[in-house]
Design a protein around this ligand. Structure first.
Ligand SMILES: [Zn+2]
Ligand SMILES: [Zn+2]
Ligand SMILES: [Zn+2]
Length: 275
């Protein structure tokens, strides 16, 4: 499986969209891996995870043909993971020669927002056969293209069921989370004895402790150890941290130096992992 990070920032981007703190000023000046767009990834060049407003610039920068994408997993509906209005442009008038249906998969909040925006009127069929939305239920695996995908509950926003995804294909397993906080008990129980080949974990605050809504670096380490004790992580598991906020107060090289002694990789926009 190949996982490519298209964006690795938290909600406001890094540098923050309106921020002039010293870290954002420094990130703007130094550029390169210090510039992080909103979180999105692609698996094997065809299964997208999340669709933030920065998706358009990702499409251009990484030369991804969105017209060929058929499935998008949405972790939750916050603005840095979902820009539903852009997806509605997959219709006649805005897009030509549309082939097949693009399906969004996610929680009940996604389904409600999709219905509110696009299905308010039963005669409204402009997206019919072009864009649809399927609700996934926590802990129930579904087949999406070549993958078995299981949504697991995160601990992020009490107003919606935020998901992390267990994605399995051809004997390989990816656990992908952002905005997870400390995993709920049911999620840890579900993961017990599941061997993970690649773990992509929330680390919104690199410098600080945080367990609820997001993870800080010390808590990410604690969670990795817990997953090790549950027999999820083995010697060859690739462990990557992502979804960074400028409020974590570290540039890429500092994060990398902090994570390296633990054998943990720090994601950056454009990074590819093969496992
Ligand atoms: Zn987020
Ligand atoms: Zn800032
Ligand atoms: Zn969020």
């Amino acid at each position: 499986m190949e996982l490519k990070y298209l964006g690795t920032a938290a909600a406001e981007g890094y540098p923050g969209i309106f921020c002039d703190c010293s870290y954002c000023i420094d990130a703007r000046m130094k550029g390169g891996k210090n510039i992080r767009t909103r979180s999105q990834s692609i698996i094997d060049n065809h299964l997208l995870i999340d669709f933030p407003a920065d998706s358009y610039s990702h499409m251009l920068q990484y030369q991804i043909r969105f017209s060929d994408i058929r499935s998008i997993l949405i972790t939750h509906t916050h603005q840095d993971h979902l820009y539903l209005e852009d997806l509605g442009l997959r219709c006649e008038g805005f897009s030509h020669n549309i082939k097949g249906t693009l399906t969004l998969y996610g929680n009940s909040t996604l389904k409600n927002k999709f219905n509110q925006l696009y299905l308010h009127n039963p005669e409204d069929t402009h997206l019919s056969g072009k864009l649809e939305c399927v609700e996934l239920i926590e802990y129930i695996p579904v087949k999406i293209e070549d993958y078995i995908v299981t949504p697991l509950l995160a601990n992020h926003d009490p107003n919606e069921k935020c998901y992390l995804y267990l994605i399995e294909e051809d004997g390989k397993t990816l656990l992908y989370g952002n905005d997870t906080g400390w995993f709920p008990e049911e999620t840890l129980n579900y993961l017990h004895n599941k061997q993970i080949d690649c773990l992509s974990l929330d680390c919104t605050h690199m410098k600080y402790e945080q367990r609820n809504n997001h993870l800080g670096f010390p808590n990410s380490l604690e969670l990795i150890n817990t997953l090790r004790s549950l027999h999820c992580i083995y010697d060859n598991t690739q462990i990557i941290l992502t979804h960074f906020s400028h409020n974590g107060h570290m540039l890429h090289s500092e994060m990398k130096a902090l994570a390296k002694p633990y054998g943990i990789h720090v994601a950056y926009d454009g990074m590819t992992v093969i496992f």
